[in-house]
Design a protein around this ligand. Structure first.
Ligand SMILES: [Zn+2]
Length: 199
């Protein structure tokens, strides 16, 4: 029996909770556990434990989030990008789990904020200083954003510190993703040279 495909982060999240609460007749057909159905990752927009709650009204602009599921027999979770505004979903991301996690979030930003990779990149990490309380610094960064992007939740892009750093979901004090990007080799070598001078 083929069931109609559920598409979109919101629809999948609703189905996930129906399965969790055993209110879906589909459960007996698939025999799946809730964690094996695609759902919004905890802590990501629209998911459990997100600071942004569970507003039923879709935002009027594309809005990135992260979908995940556990697959029976696999140790690592699977990831794909999602959108809270439309039914778009990214491909299932491949690679080691931390890479797949980051790739899926980047896919969601490619959908919602094409060219986000050209946004200003800061060395300041948001957890070290509170953006809403550092209005001047944030105004400087946001002045390099396309019109309307900052208000629509375009990401904060920061230089990556370690190779396995994960992108960080939005929260109340930073209502946008923090995306970690690798420094180009030239800057890496400049940093190495700077450190060599120090020691
Ligand atoms: Zn969308």
């Amino acid at each position: 029996m083929t069931l109609p495909e559920i598409l979109g982060a919101r629809a999948r999240q609703t189905y996930y909770w129906q399965v969790r609460n055993q209110r879906s007749r589909r459960r007996s057909v698939h025999g799946v556990h809730a964690c094996e159905t695609w759902h919004i990752r905890h802590g990501h927009p629209g998911g459990a434990y997100s600071d942004f709650g569970h507003d039923l009204t879709p935002p009027d602009h594309h809005s990135p989030t992260l979908l995940t599921r556990r697959t029976y027999g696999r140790d690592d979770d699977q990831y794909r990008g999602g959108c809270l505004s439309c039914d778009w979903e990214g491909n299932v991301a491949v690679g080691p789990e931390h890479e797949a996690f980051n790739t899926a979030i980047e896919d969601a930003h490619d959908h919602a904020f094409p060219d986000w990779r050209s946004l200003p990149i800061t060395t300041h990490r948001a957890e070290l200083w509170d953006l809403p309380h550092n209005q001047l610094r944030w105004a400087q960064i946001a002045s390099g954003y396309p019109r309307g992007w900052a208000e629509a939740g375009a990401p904060l892009v920061v230089w990556r510190h370690r190779r396995n750093d994960l992108h960080q979901p939005p929260h109340r004090r930073r209502p946008r993703y923090e995306l970690q990007v690798a420094k180009p080799p030239r800057q890496l070598s400049a940093t190495a040279a700077g450190q060599a001078e120090l020691f």
